[in-house]
Write a protein that binds this ligand. Sequence first.
Ligand code: ADP
Length: 325
Amino acid sequence: MGAAMTQDDALSALSTISDAARIRSRKLKGSIAALVVDASGLSPDERSALEERVRKAALDIPGVEHARVVLTVSRPERKIIAVGSGKGGVGKSTIAANLAVALARMGKRVGMIDADIYGPSQPTLLDAHTRPIAEEKTLIPVVAPSGVRLLSVGQLVPAGQALAWRGPMASGALAQLIEGDWGDTEFLIVDLPPGTGDVQLSLVQKARPDGAVIVSTPQDLSLIDATRAIDLFGKTGVPVLGLIENMAGYSCPHCGEASDPFGSGGAEASARELGVSFLGRLPLSAALRIASDAGAPPAGEDGPAGEAFAELARRLLSQLETIAA
Ligand code: ADP
C-alpha cells in the first residue's frame, strides 16, 4: 500500500510538464506507467509529437521502465436534431431547411443531413447543388449560401434516379452522411423521410438524435397521427422537443393578414394532451412556398417569415437546454 502510494506520487511529476493539461488519467503498475492523453484538435503529426513527449516525460520518472500512452479525442459538442412527420407533404423539409437557416443566422454553425430517401429536397431548398467530394472515404459537406453545410442522400446517387431504398440500405447511406466531415458544426439537423414505419425507425436508431421536432398540418393533427410520430421517437428514447403546426390558417398575399378558416388552437391543445411542447405555427403562405422552393428560404431574410422562423429556432434551443438540464 505504502509502496503503491509512493509510485503513484511519482507520476505526479507529470503535472509539471507542458502537456499536463492534456493528461486525462495516469496509473502506475509496478514499473509500467499507463497514461490517457487528450489529443483533440491536433493534426496527426502533432498527435505523434504529443505522444512522444508524454512517453519521454513518463520514462524520465525514476522507477518507470515502460510507458503506455493512449491518445483520445473528445467528441465535439454537437446536437443532432431530427425533423419528422406522420405523413408526407406537410412541409417537413421546408421547415427543416428554414430552421437550419434561422439557426445559422443566429450565428450557430449548422449542418443539414437530408435523409428523406423518398424525395431528397434539401439541395433545392438550400440552393446547394454541388456534389460533395470524399477525402479518404469521408464526405465533405457542401456549403449553402446561408452557410448551412449539407449532405443529402440525393447526392449519393445520380440525379433523377429513384431511390427505392429499404431500411438497411437507407441506414447505411445515413451512416455515411453522419460520418461526414462536419468539423465544428454545433447543430446537425436530420430531415427524416415522412412516416413512422420501419425505415424511419431504423434511421432514427442510426442518427441517435438528441431531440426531435414533429411537423404537422392542422388536418393531420388527429391524435392518432401525432401519437404515431411521438411513439416513433419514444421507442428509441429520443425526447420530442416539440410540435410545429404548418399551413395553419392563411396569410393573405396582399395584406399579409392571417386568417383562420379552420379555427385555431387545435394543434396547441393536441400537443398539450400528448404531453409535448408546442413550438409554434406557420400559416399557409404562397410567398413561403415560392421562396423556399426557389432555394431562398425566407428564414434568411428580414420580414414576418424570417421573424417567425427565428422565434421557432429560439424555442427549439430553449427546449434543447431544458432536456439537457
Ligand atoms: P414534406 O417534407 O413534409 O413532404 P415539403 O417541405 O416538401 O413537405 O412541402 C411540400 C410542399 O408544400 C412544398 O411545395 C412546399 O413549398 C409547400 N409548403 C410547405 N409549407 C408551406 C406553407 N406554410 N405554405 C405554403 N406552402 C408550403
